[in-house]
Ligand binder design. Structure first.
Ligand code: CP3
Length: 366
């Protein structure tokens, strides 16, 4: 972690995404308010998203730069969040290198021919930028409207991608995945090395086109014990993260309370925390070495304002113990969430954290 403060921009200078609250918090630098964005903010909770997507398949939507930019921008316009997340999916790079798959509504990614043997490695060539010119264009289109708001690029981590490939679709227990990693560690390692390079290249394409931060999603890695995580997942996540240069890196998984420090050690600047662990416990487990992101339970957005707002304030307060805190949910926005609840949470995080950061200075605003 960098802890040396850099000079603040002069008031006259054009604000840049590299100096945004999100990037500064990710680097452990002082901020005037806690930055906030939401995993899955670009998606089904928004009527304008449903309208834009009408009649267009999910995977197809992810490859149309005009549509990708529009959907990426929608939550920024509506909620005034501190970052956009690039609209895509963790399986887009696999599809780009030629894996036959689809994203089925209400199900998720489904792979036509699941990965089973050494021969299947031939279906996973390297990802090169010329395979995804649409991604570069969509990032550039998004940046032209984002101005000083940073764009977060993302990819799926090797373990989570391997699970979709091996199981053929979403899985509760990841039994085939775990069977393969223990039965044939050499094949597992070869598969995850390929996936790490694909994920790292996909992240770097987004960064080269102008993304100001990246998030590596290892959504399902909480299914592993720490010993198995260290042996079978962490080295490959580390490869993917090491391929990204020049921007802060966020690393997130679900049910990863036991893995937080090991996920930080994979090469993250920010460790994402799900809602099962308090931020206070997470910060302690991380030894104060990383910024944190999280961790409001997405289901609390369905509760009345009083319990919801007190949970938000508590999370802002707990986050102050870390070198940096990015407010987020503990997992993605649920599709039936009232978008107005998200907008109110953004307002509260901004107001409450600014008042705490500068209690005597008119809430830190000019
Ligand atoms: O707003 C954002 O966060 C940006 C877009 C985004 C999507 N998927 C769009 C999407 C991001 C960051 C993802 C990542 C993703 N995709 C993850 C990691 C994040 C997590 O939730 O843990 C995972 C595991 C996937 C795989 C996947 N794709 C799932 C589980 C699903 C949901 C299936 C369903 O329909 O319930 C998808 C489809 C998907 N990806 C949708 C969106 C907006 C829904 C498709 C639709 O609108 O029809």
């Amino acid at each position: 972690m960098t802890s040396e403060p850099t000079a603040s921009p002069s008031p006259a200078a054009q604000p840049s995404p590299a100096d945004s609250a999100l990037v500064r918090a990710a680097r452990g630098l002082p901020v005037q308010h806690t930055p906030v964005w939401f995993m899955r903010q670009a998606g089904r909770s928004l009527p304008e998203y449903r309208a834009a997507r009408q009649g267009i398949g999910m995977l197809q939507s992810c490859r149309r730069p005009d549509l990708v930019a529009e959907i990426t921008l929608q939550p920024v316009r509506r909620h005034h969040v501190d970052a956009a997340i690039f609209f895509s999916d963790i399986v887009v790079p696999l599809s780009a290198v030629g894996v036959d798959l689809d994203i089925k509504p209400g199900v998720g990614p489904v792979v036509a021919t699941p990965f089973r043997t050494q021969a299947d490695l031939d279906r996973l060539p390297e990802l090169t930028p010329d395979m995804v010119p649409d991604i570069t264009e969509a990032v550039r289109l998004s940046l032209s409207e984002l101005g000083s708001t940073p764009l977060i690029g993302f990819a799926g981590a090797p373990f989570t991608l391997a699970s979709y490939l091996i199981e053929g679709g979403p899985s509760r227990n990841h039994e085939r995945t775990k069977a393969l990693m223990h039965a044939d560690p050499t094949l597992w390692s070869a598969l995850c090395s390929r996936l790490a390079r694909i994920a790292g290249a996909f992240l770097q394409v987004q960064v080269s086109a102008g993304a100001s931060a990246v998030q590596l999603f290892d959504s399902w890695v909480g299914a592993l014990s720490r010993a198995d995580y260290l042996r079978f997942a962490q080295p490959h996540s580390a490869t993917a993260l090491a391929m990204v240069e020049g921007v802060p890196k966020i690393h997130f998984g679900v049910g990863t309370g036991e893995l937080l420090a090991s996920m930080g050690e994979a090469g993250a600047d920010v460790v994402g925390v799900d809602f099962r662990v308090s931020l206070t416990d997470a910060i302690e487990r991380l030894g104060g070495r990383y910024a944190v992101q999280g961790n409001l339970d997405p289901a609390l957005l369905f509760a009345p304002w009083e319990p919801l707002s007190s949970a938000v304030r508590r999370i802002v307060d707990e986050g102050r113990a870390a070198p940096g805190h990015i407010f987020n949910l503990g997992h993605g926005v649920l599709p039936s969430t009232d978008p107005d609840a998200l907008t109110r949470v953004v307002e509260l995080v901004h107001e409450y954290s600014a008042a705490v950061a500068a209690p005597d200075a008119d809430a830190g605003r000019p």
